[in-house]
Design a protein around this ligand. Sequence first.
Ligand code: NAI
Ligand SMILES: N[C@@H](CCC(=O)N[C@@H](CSC=O)C(=O)NCC(=O)O)C(=O)O
Ligand code: ZN
Ligand code: ZN
Length: 369
Amino acid sequence: MKSRAAVALEAGKPLELVEIDVEGPKAGEVLVRMAATSVCHTDAYTLSGTDPEGLFPSVLGHEGAGVVQEVGEGVTSLKPGDHVIPLYTAECGKCKFCLSGKTNLCGSVRATQGKGVMPDGTSRFSLDGKMLHHYMGTSTFSEYTVVPEVSLAVVSKEAPMDKICLLGCGVTTGIGAVLNTAKVEPGSTVAVFGLGAIGLAVIQGAVMAKAARIIAIDVNADKFELAKQFGATDFVNPKEYSDPIQQVIVDLTDGGVDYSFECIGNVNVMRSALECCHKGWGESIVIGVAGAGEEISTRPFQLVTGRVWKGSAFGGVKGRSELPGYVERYMNGEINIDDFITHDMPFEKINEAFELLHAGKSIRTVLHY
Ligand SMILES: NC(=O)C1=CN([C@@H]2O[C@H](COP(=O)(O)OP(=O)(O)OC[C@H]3O[C@@H](n4cnc5c(N)ncnc54)[C@H](O)[C@@H]3O)[C@@H](O)[C@H]2O)C=CC1
Ligand SMILES: N[C@@H](CCC(=O)N[C@@H](CSC=O)C(=O)NCC(=O)O)C(=O)O
Ligand SMILES: [Zn+2]
Ligand SMILES: [Zn+2]
């Protein structure tokens, strides 16, 4: 079938709006018609060419929601008409990871996902007869996409897809990093580096966890107003200080924070986020994604003296079993998604959405198919 899509033909170039060919679902696969998608910084990162797993040409996009059109052979947990959120972190429920009880990472489709193909090693997308790669197992920048059954969460049909698409990545990642990865306790002091959708969702999670003090840090002061609305209590622009930012935060907090979150993807800030943690117990959670060849460093003494460095993928959330609950919590007002959406546009304006993100003018732009 034909499908409207925005294709990443080459690194560093705008997406091309074209009609691609999409093959029907094979065994264990599902054809989904996307209703809405948003642009996450990770899409921009891959498009920039710095993602070591980045492949071109490809159909990017991983923050979306849609409706099942057709299921492949052997698919039993979904049917046409179901509303779904594609998951870049699958949940098969059977692999070593899923059975460990220790992680939300799933091993069932991750290897082929990273190679830009479906689990059978082939692609369902082509343009003028030339194969296009899939992306993150989701490829939400095509109106029709094919996704493994294990990479789809079935959610309520009552929920607006142009809002809950943000649960496919940004909102869930930030809230989950606080509640599942850090397990922030009431009364804690929290520092959040980077106030895009991920950082704002961390702030929302910290409020849910009843943190006493939430320090919002960004080099773009325009981000502070929304951070305040989400519940941040202190605002720090590193550009206004000559001291290293970790020293500024340590001085502000009588020795450092209980928890810090890096929501940028900058390895120097990752170091600052660790070093602003309190001696003896402070934990720093890396959420940001850094480019090929980038490495983190600190003095081992920082860890010897009790600071902990951790990472978080999709907020530690198991998508198939837990995302329907996130949707319910949005529907009953416990989770705020609406305030992340600074722009709504038709899908055809997707390159404008990337420009707004790069310029620091948007939090999330929702694109409507
Ligand atoms: N681990 C995971 O599961 C996930 C990771 N990510 C990653 O999280 C990061 C954030 O994503 P978004 O919120 O979509 O990005 P964004 O671009 O909307 O937000 C980044 C924010 O960081 C700020 N910033 C940049 N340099 C800074 C510095 N030196 N100090 C302080 N603030 C600075 C920017 O002004 C901006 O407000 C990206 O690296 C993305 O790839 C995103 C989703 C899931
Ligand atoms: N391809 C990248 C990996 C980037 C990465 O870490 N992705 C995050 C999600 S980012 C979403 O916006 C993640 O969940 N990672 C876990 C995983 O299994 O990929 C690279 O190679 O650096
Ligand atoms: Zn994302
Ligand atoms: Zn699994």
